[in-house]
Design a protein around this ligand. Structure first.
Ligand SMILES: NC(=O)c1ccc[n+]([C@@H]2O[C@H](COP(=O)([O-])OP(=O)(O)OC[C@H]3O[C@@H](n4cnc5c(N)ncnc54)[C@H](O)[C@@H]3O)[C@@H](O)[C@H]2O)c1
Length: 275
């Protein structure tokens, strides 16, 4: 049986990353939207990849457990790419927390129990996690290590404490990086590594929803004031993913890497830093 790479989220970032690391392996492509999964699978098969598809809701325990069973039945799971998610303009607060925060923690937990020795995981987080000021130490630790099924009961994630969908997204993405760091210890016991990438604005359907949504002007401002003065491309994110997931990344685990054309640097240390 071939090694298995599990890709959550058949979107532009997930596909670009999978193309870089899945040659000669079985790619299990899982998405909540079967049309997205089938369309991506066709493109990838036409490019020579061996692809299976599955329907999954990363926010559902039963669904993720079924995916783990399907993946391990195909072969040794040597790679996990978590690129499924929703953005602040696409969903309400509860859905963002359930998909982006809980769903990611759930995947790391369940795939961390079956990842093959030498295997590697990657979570697509976001620069948004870096725009949240420092959290109290107890909240930081809670996001990192609270058992998955208790995560959404944390008091600072309750209605009223989370201001809006952007705040929910920022908390979720901060949580992703922390979760990856904590999970790196557990994955390491199996001889596996896990890292996160925090992209800035990368042109994909999700980013286009943001650029054309209520936060459009702010997103365009972010690009204009950044160091790079342009949005990124999925392939640039995939280059970093290939480093992290390949042999050149052997010394990198529990890390979260910004790739944002300097938007975070400008946000904190540019001409008009936040008050
Ligand atoms: N594009 C950007 O500018 C950008 C920047 C920073 C971070 N990100 C992050 O990258 C990830 C992927 O984004 P993208 O731009 O490729 O988006 P995309 O919209 O192209 O793809 C996301 C995919 O996730 C799937 N999905 C949504 N909810 C799901 C669920 N509950 N279970 C399973 N699948 C689900 C969607 O059906 C879609 O196919 C997201 O986590 C996003 O927050 C994107």
């Amino acid at each position: 049986m071939a090694d298995v790479i599990v890709l959550l989220g058949a979107g532009s970032l997930g596909q670009a990353i999978a193309r870089r690391i899945s040659a000669g392996k079985t790619l299990l492509l899982a998405d909540i939207n079967p049309q997205n999964a089938e369309a991506a699978a066709k493109t990838l098969r036409d490019a020579g990849f061996s692809v299976s598809t599955a329907a999954v809701d990363v926010a559902s325990l039963a669904s993720v457990e079924a995916l783990v069973a399907s993946a391990t039945a195909l072969g040794a799971v040597t790679g996990l790419i978590q690129a499924a998610g929703v953005s602040p303009s696409q969903a309400p607060i509860e859905t963002i927390l359930k998909v982006d925060l809980y769903g990611t923690a759930l995947l790391l937990d369940r795939f961390g129990a079956v990842i093959a020795p030498g295997g590697v995981g990657l979570v697509v987080s976001s620069q948004s996690g870096y725009r949240l000021g420092a959290l109290p130490d107890d909240q930081t630790r809670a996001l990192a290590v609270t058992p998955v099924e208790a995560l959404l009961d944390l008091p600072f994630l309750q209605p009223g404490a989370v201001k809006d969908t952007l705040h929910a997204y920022q908390l979720s993405k901060r949580g992703n990086g922390l979760r990856v760091m904590a999970e790196a210890v557990r994955w390491g016991r199996r001889g596996a590594r896990v890292n996160a990438i925090s992209p800035g604005i990368i042109i994909t359907p999700l980013a286009n929803d943001e650029l054309n949504g209520p936060r459009g002007p702010s997103y365009r401002g972010m690009i204009a004031s950044s160091v790079a003065k342009r949005a990124g491309t999925p392939d640039e994110v995939a280059n970093l993913a290939a480093l992290l997931m390949g042999p050149d990344g052997a010394f990198i685990t529990g890390s979260d890497m910004l790739i944002d054309g300097g938007t975070t640097a400008t946000y904190w240390f540019g001409d008009t830093p936040p008050a």
